[in-house]
Design a protein around this ligand. Structure first.
Ligand SMILES: Cc1cc2nc3c(=O)[nH]c(=O)nc-3n(C[C@H](O)[C@H](O)[C@H](O)COP(=O)(O)OP(=O)(O)OC[C@H]3O[C@@H](n4cnc5c(N)ncnc54)[C@H](O)[C@@H]3O)c2cc1C
Length: 416
């Protein structure tokens, strides 16, 4: 039996930050775009929660900043860390020359729902949830479409450009046989929630002690917690028992000692496997990968979402005109990689440096916890915190939206 086939100018696999932002930008530029997301909604527990100053700037350029900041969020003007007895500010965003000098902590589903809502106001935008990309269609060495599974049965999409924005375990990049360069990672993360009280600290908290790192991100009435463990040690930690795990948390963050009992069983604690990798080539004729599908990011610095969004902006800026004219060449796709390769490499290099110099040392160190020299320098020289804030908050080579909207944003707003 023939499969149903739909045709669009651009089809994006994956409705994460990269896919939704690119979908919005292309629709805004008058290009017919279809985003396919395998889940039924954006409401998954594991989504990074950080909206960085550079993304806030982009939201301003799109006329969406006000709407975004109306959603419940916490502003973090600084990132603080505690190394054993030493408490210090690692990044201070108040130094930035930016419209928003803070990181907005917001559940990512709220951010993605806003992008989906605004994109849906453009007539050229379509989003299909519950649509899982399972394979690619190729003709004469060119990717020309996708196979999609849905609860109502499979269908196919033909498009002038397929974008793989389907994250760290990208099906698109695997099916396209793009070569991946992998970098070693010393850690995994246990992910869970604890309730939050009104007299708890406001800012995100990172506590480093021998063999343990505990990160807490405020989501209003609860803490989203990440407990960093040596890679592959999950089974051993579970074997030691829940009581021992709860005890570790209470030791690291005494103000939650009265709440660790909320973790009633291991079901409440999910293992997130961390990986860092990068495609050697992000494209093939008819296909481009962006975001984690092109370069899986470590959670270090919480910059992955930012980078994914920057890729989407660069892709839209560089491809919109040729997509609209239906004259996309492989050289155009190459230009996207050329533009984003350097910032990606530099960010990953920094993440790997921090992983090796700080995280490995904390997780595998014995005796007393002595913070590395550059961390001690951060405590002494405030301008260094400004530099780190710039790298984390703005990133290398920030992108700006320069794709004109063919249908003005005011018109799009009125339609909705
Ligand atoms: C433990 C951990 C914590 C992190 N915390 C942060 C943080 O706080 N801040 C930060 O900036 N970064 C963080 N990161 C990194 C961040 O999660 C990623 O860099 C970022 O999500 C990449 O965005 P993306 O849109 O490329 O991919 P994703 O966010 O992974 O989105 C991909 C989307 O594609 C969908 N999808 C997957 N396969 C298919 C398919 N076959 N068909 C259709 N849809 C599909 C998925 O459901 C998903 O919605 C963290 C990473 C880890 C591992």
């Amino acid at each position: 039996m023939e499969m149903d086939t739909v045709s669009v100018r651009c089809c994006i696999a994956g409705g994460g930050p990269a896919g939704m932002m690119l979908g919005l930008l292309l629709a805004r530029a008058g290009i017919e775009v279809l985003v396919l997301e395998k889940h039924a909604d954006f409401l998954r527990d594991f989504r990074g929660d950080t909206i960085h100053p550079s993304t806030l700037e982009v939201m301003h350029e799109l006329g969406l900043l006000e709407a975004l900041l109306k959603l419940p969020h916490q502003k973090a003007p600084r990132i603080n860390a505690q190394f054993g007895e030493l408490a210090l500010t690692v990044a201070d965003f108040t130094y930035l020359k930016a419209r928003c000098r803070f990181i907005a902590f917001m559940p990512q589903w709220d951010f993605l729902n806003l992008l989906a809502d605004r994109a849906a106001r453009y007539p050229t935008f379509q989003l299909r949830m519950n649509a899982e990309v399972t394979g690619l269609m190729e003709e004469a060495g060119r990717v020309v479409g996708l196979q999609v599974a849905t609860p109502d049965g499979p269908f196919a999409v033909r498009a002038g450009l397929i974008v793989g924005a389907d994250g760290r375990h990208s099906v698109v990049r695997a099916r396209a046989d793009l070569q991946v360069e992998e970098f070693g990672v010393p850690m995994d993360v246990l992910w869970f929630r604890l309730s939050r009280r009104s007299d708890d600290p406001e800012d995100p908290v990172g506590r480093f002690d021998i063999g343990r790192i505990f990160i807490m991100l405020s989501r209003g009435d609860y803490w989203q917690c990440g407990f960093v463990i040596p890679k592959g040690s999950d089974a051993q930690i579970r074997e030691q028992g829940l009581a021992s795990f709860r005890h570790s948390l209470a030791e690291l963050a005494p103000f939650v000692a009265d709440r660790v009992g909320e973790l009633g069983d291991w079901e409440a604690i999910k293992l997130l496997s961390v990986q860092v990798d990068r495609l050697r080539q992000w494209y093939r004729p008819g296909l481009l990968c962006i975001g984690d599908a092109a370069h899986a990011m470590s959670p270090v610095g919480g910059v992955g979402i930012n980078l994914a969004i920057q890729d989407a902006i660069a892709a839209s800026n560089l491809l919109a005109a040729s997509l609209r004219e239906d004259c996309l060449r492989v050289e155009d796709l190459q230009r996207v990689q050329q533009r984003r390769d350097l910032p990606t490499r530099m960010t990953q290099r920094l993440q790997l440096f921090l992983q090796n110099r700080v995280i490995t040392r904390v997780l595998h160190g014995g005796g007393s916890l002595v913070p590395p020299l550059f961390i001690r320098r951060l405590a002494r020289f405030p301008f260094l915190r400004g530099i780190l804030a710039r790298i984390i908050g703005i990133g290398f080579r920030p992108e700006h939206v320069n794709t004109a909207s063919v249908w003005t944003d005011q018109e799009a707003g009125r339609e909705g």
